[in-house]
Write a protein that binds this ligand. Sequence first.
Ligand code: XIL
Length: 371
Amino acid sequence: MPHQDWNVDRRGFARTLFGAFALVGLGGADDAPAASLADLARRTGLRFGSAVRAESLAEPELARLLVRQCATLTPELELKWAPLSPRPDSFDTAGADAIAAFARDNGLRLRGHTLLWHKSVPEWLGRTSGWAPAERHIHAVMERYGALVDEWDVVNEPIDRAGLRNSVLLRRFGVGYIARALRTAHEAAPAARLFLNDYDLEYPIPEQADRRKALLALIASLRRQGAPLHGVGIQAHLSLARGPIDAAVLRDFLAALADQGLAISITELDVRERDYILPAPARDAAVADHVARFLEVALAQPAVGSLSTWGLSDRQSWLEVTPDDLARFPGAWQDGTGPGLNRGLPYDAGLAAKPMRGAIAGALTARRVGQ
Ligand code: XIL
């Protein structure tokens, strides 16, 4: 029985703060059609979800939208090693507990993102040696949250173009660290479904072709070592600057993963825009069209079992409009209005559904039941 300390410690707290969202309609701007994205996904054997930050749960309308549209939540930051463990002896679970309590109270599941990521390694790790700190971390997180988690991203972003990413994790733990992390996770929670998760795998450009090859080679090597691996997460941070999706390239890659007996999850779908100067309807149409093309191919692969966006509303997006983006359109927005936010998520900043939401709903509806 996994430890669920937050069930005991924070039950009352969580019920008071968040439980109401499950029970009463709080009003809000979610005027989406009757079937939720989670409903449409469920009918075709998929779990739909979104990333969320703990602080966003304090926004009633957003919390209500998450509960309405999602079957699963991905903690955007809170399960990562550095925030959980700012000091060697600390386990700072407040943020992750808040998301876990919210999920539990509203009947949602979690994606366990992520046990090891080179961009979230505690600074104190450099003063330790051996595998023990990673082992303690993996056990502690999986035991505390495992009862709510369907899929664990055991290692996030392990590859680069040339093969294994030469990361702080590789240098610290050695080339066997990925197999070791999978084995450790399997020991900590023998029934858990264990994933690798990575980005820039979607487009027919040379760099991404190399990355697809590197990921398949890593999987083959893990298989040879007998490491427990059940699935792969395709992040799907799409970009309108990268050109079109090539259906055959994406289809063949997903088929190659499925041929390894792996489940596939689309884990972090969003779209970075290119032409911020266009009027909002044109921007939204471009985003929706791109998502439709991607999902048409991705959801045709029967091994795809879950689909998550990296936030529901543009206001929560991690994608920022950069000075470089603005420099491409000299003279624009001198009236001070600016381009606003990147519009690459299914709901706008006011939580109104955008065409991207329609594209996701359409792709889910078109997927044949029982695939
Ligand atoms: C990002 C969060 O969205 C940001 O808020 C944070 O500053 C950095 O991490 N790929 C991943 C995610 O796997 O964990 C990243 O999340 C986005 C890229």
